[in-house]
Design a protein around this ligand. Sequence first.
Ligand code: HEC
Length: 108
Amino acid sequence: MKTSALRTLLRLTAFALAALAHLAGAAPDERSPYVANGCYQCHGYVGQGGAGARLARTAYSFEAFAALVRRPANEMPAYAPQVLDDRELRSIYNYLRSLPEPPRVAIR
Ligand code: HEC
């Protein structure tokens, strides 16, 4: 293999590893209430969205956020306090608020 091709390959690998490390730093522990209660299944491990809305860095107040989880608008299952207490819900909220901002993407 040519040296320049090898260099490009190494650069790409380094980039992929850096991107992975960035995500791994943000990913929640599997025992965290966000994962344990299955939010990730529809909203993604880092709140990026999927079947459910994007939740990362939510702009809702805790009260508004809690109301949406207790009485969802449509397809999301409702989480009663008996299943998910306010302490856990607060921890989920804090986790989502703490997520890093996504990198800026230039569109030309
Ligand atoms: C089975 C899929 C599913 C699961 C599990 C789920 N959600 Fe949702 N969520 C949705 C969908 C779909 C919506 C869009 C509204 C609707 O259809 O009810 C939503 C909407 C929301 C919203 C409102 C977002 C907005 O911008 O309006 C919040 C907040 C939310 N979910 C939080 C959570 C949390 C916290 C958990 C875990 C305790 C969770 N969700 C688990 C599917 C899910």
